[in-house]
Ligand binder design. Structure first.
Ligand SMILES: [Zn+2]
Length: 198
């Protein structure tokens, strides 16, 4: 789209990088935004705050504003129980159930050899370090019921055999093929409560 001002084309390119948004949707979003100058101001300030403040928690790899994320920094949370999840959306889904009082470990994805996501691309070594250093008692694998989720769960349960921790997995009840992110709070909460030893 050569006739467009350069800054608009740049914005379209940036929106296009987000998941689930193709070039057409990206262009539609940007054109819509260009007619709302106040919203552009809000958005640019929010983005600039995010750029200045956001980083990953060095313990669990969740998003954090301060040194540690709000969950790791909370003295009420049980540091001996770590719930292993793929990403930020899964943390949000589990927090909504109010059934979990431990801390998290974000793998930053799931194993998918076809897409080049091998164990070394995930935060597995970092999980092992946490277990070694902190007297962790239980690891809960809360991973999607997908091929990638299952493969990751199998890999991790084997990997964790060498460590003195109890490894558990969410109870069945989450529909086959379902993502943690899209499972309702009640189902997810009871899958967590009724978790099974691996
Ligand atoms: Zn954290």
């Amino acid at each position: 789209m050569k006739h467009l001002p350069d800054f608009i084309q740049r914005l379209i390119n940036e929106f296009d990088k987000l998941p689930g948004i193709g070039p057409k949707t990206s262009a539609r979003l940007v054109f819509n935004l260009m007619h709302r100058k106040e919203d552009i101001k809000e958005l640019s300030m929010a983005l600039s705050d995010a750029y200045k403040n956001i980083h990953l928690c060095p313990l669990c790899y969740n998003l954090a504003e301060n040194e540690l994320c709000s969950i790791c920094a909370n003295p009420q949370r049980d540091k001996n129980i770590i719930c292993v999840v793929a990403n930020n959306q899964d943390v949000e889904a589990i927090e909504k159930t109010s059934e979990f009082h431990g801390v998290y470990h974000l793998l930053n994805g799931l194993l998918s050899p076809l897409e080049g996501i091998t164990p070394d691309k995930l935060k597995i070594h970092e999980l092992a370090e946490r277990i070694k250093n902190n007297g962790v008692k239980e690891i809960i694998l809360a991973l999607d019921q997908s091929l990638e989720g299952e493969a990751t769960a199998i890999y991790l349960s084997k990997f964790l055999q060498d460590y003195p921790v109890t490894v558990t997995q969410l109870a069945r009840g989450i529909p086959m093929g379902a993502n943690i992110e899209y499972t309702d709070e009640i189902t997810l909460g009871s899958a967590l409560k009724n978790r099974k030893k691996v």
